[in-house]
Design a protein around this ligand. Structure first.
Ligand code: NAD
Ligand code: DAU
Length: 331
């Protein structure tokens, strides 16, 4: 297939492009606006005969239309993705996540293009720390932040375009990703690069909030599986049973880098901070036969730490600006 990947210069999109070029014979075009979160260096070294890059905005319907005319399927990663930024200025989240997704869906409708929409477990809200349940495909939507509400809105647009216009779409909602090429504003790379720079990691609130971690390469394998074998109109949850408190993750990073496990600061909490996410991915495993390769979170985290150690030139240019933004927010 000729695949159009939106947001392919971002963290998960670039991991998908690397994964799909290695594990399939698809040709890939990336459409990316190169916001502060996009980085062309994440796409270095890809085979020129199967990969091309187009700089542009998913809200540009003329450009989108011309690209859909020339591709068999679209995998839609492009988004404003960071909760903290959405609390500071929600508008770009509405523009890209809602209007951008709408623009792509209209093109999919016009061209009959297969469409896979990438979404998040945050659309389901949060769980109590002691709740034994996990999110499933039937959990009601209950988003908390401007970011997650725009992702929930985009999911609902996809569902409506499937039902009303017969668009051939699938949706996946994945838990927190970690791995190479993740922007230093996000929790794990922020703390790794802080420790590498001699700065104490920063935990929001009490550090007890829980996230369900999955390696980005496992997310990519799941998306490729759904794209090739998923049932049209369906939603699949993606997760690797990786629940960990933020405090546990920071302690692992500190220990791996040879520092005392309690060498961190507690800082101002995120307003509306979701307590816990947890994914039940039984459906994806049973119906499509997907399973994570990085089942051992600590081993995956070690290889991610090694990647940040070895790729300082990739992240160093973003670090000072990112920390200045956090400092202004007291975080
Ligand atoms: P990211 O912020 O690292 O990358 C987003 C990419 O989209 C960037 O390259 C950016 O330049 C591009 N982009 C933004 N606005 C655009 C626009 N208007 N037109 C074209 N390109 C634009 O994000 P990420 O963490 O890689 O997340 C990718 C997708 O996966 C998002 O849809 C996000 O909601 C979803 N998701 C993320 C996670 C996670 O843990 N990071 C988990 C589940 C789902
Ligand atoms: O669950 C999937 C979601 O995971 C995706 O939809 C989002 O795009 C992605 O950004 C991520 O959202 P989170 O808000 O969970 O990720 P973040 O990396 O911002 O924070 C992870 C946890 O760590 C969260 O509980 C907040 C906390 N945190 C974050 C930062 C940046 C800290 O304690 N300290 C920090 O410095």
């Amino acid at each position: 297939m000729k695949l159009l990947v939106t947001g392919g210069a971002g963290f998960i999109g670039s991991n998908f492009v690397h994964h799909a070029l290695e594990h399939s014979s698809h040709e890939i075009t990336v459409l990316d606006k190169l916001t502060y979160a996009g980085n062309l260096a994440s796409l270095d070294g890809l085979p020129a005969d199967r990969f091309r890059f187009v700089k542009g905005d998913i809200t540009d319907s003329e450009l989108v239309d011309s690209l859909f005319a020339d591709h068999d399927a679209v995998v839609h990663y492009a988004a404003e993705s960071h909760n903290d930024n959405s609390l500071d200025d929600p508008r770009p989240f509405l523009e890209t996540n809602i209007i951008g997704t709408y623009t792509l869906l209209e093109a999919a409708r016009r061209h009959g293009t297969r469409f896979h929409h990438i979404s998040t477990d945050e659309v389901y809200g949060d769980l109590a720390l002691d709740d034994p349940s996990r999110f499933t495909e039937d959990t009601p939507y209950n988003p908390s932040s401007p970011y997650s509400s725009t992702k929930a809105g985009s999911d609902l647009l996809v569902r409506a375009w499937v039902r009303s216009f017969g668009v051939q779409a699938t949706i996946s909602n994945c838990s927190n990703n970690y791995g190479p090429y993740q922007h230093v504003e996000k929790f794990i790379p922020r703390q790794i690069t802080n420790v590498l720079g001699g700065v104490r990691p920063k935990l929001y609130g009490t550090g007890e909030n829980v996230r369900d971690w999955i390696h980005a390469d496992d997310h990519s394998a799941a998306v490729l599986t759904i794209l090739e074998r998923g049932v049209l109109g369906e939603t699949y949850l993606i997760g690797a049973d990786g629940e960990k408190s933020n405090k546990d993750v920071v302690e692992l990073i500190l220990t791996e880098l040879g520092r005392a496990a309690d060498d961190y600061d507690l800082v101002t909490d995120r307003p509306g901070h979701d307590l816990r996410y947890a994914i039940d991915s039984t459906r994806l495993r049973n119906e499509l036969g997907w399973a994570p390769r990085f089942a051992d979170f600590e081993a995956g985290l070690r290889s991610t730490i090694a990647w940040y150690k070895g790729n300082q030139s990739w992240w160093a240019p973003q670090k000072a600006d990112t920390e200045a933004r956090y400092q202004a927010q007291g975080q």
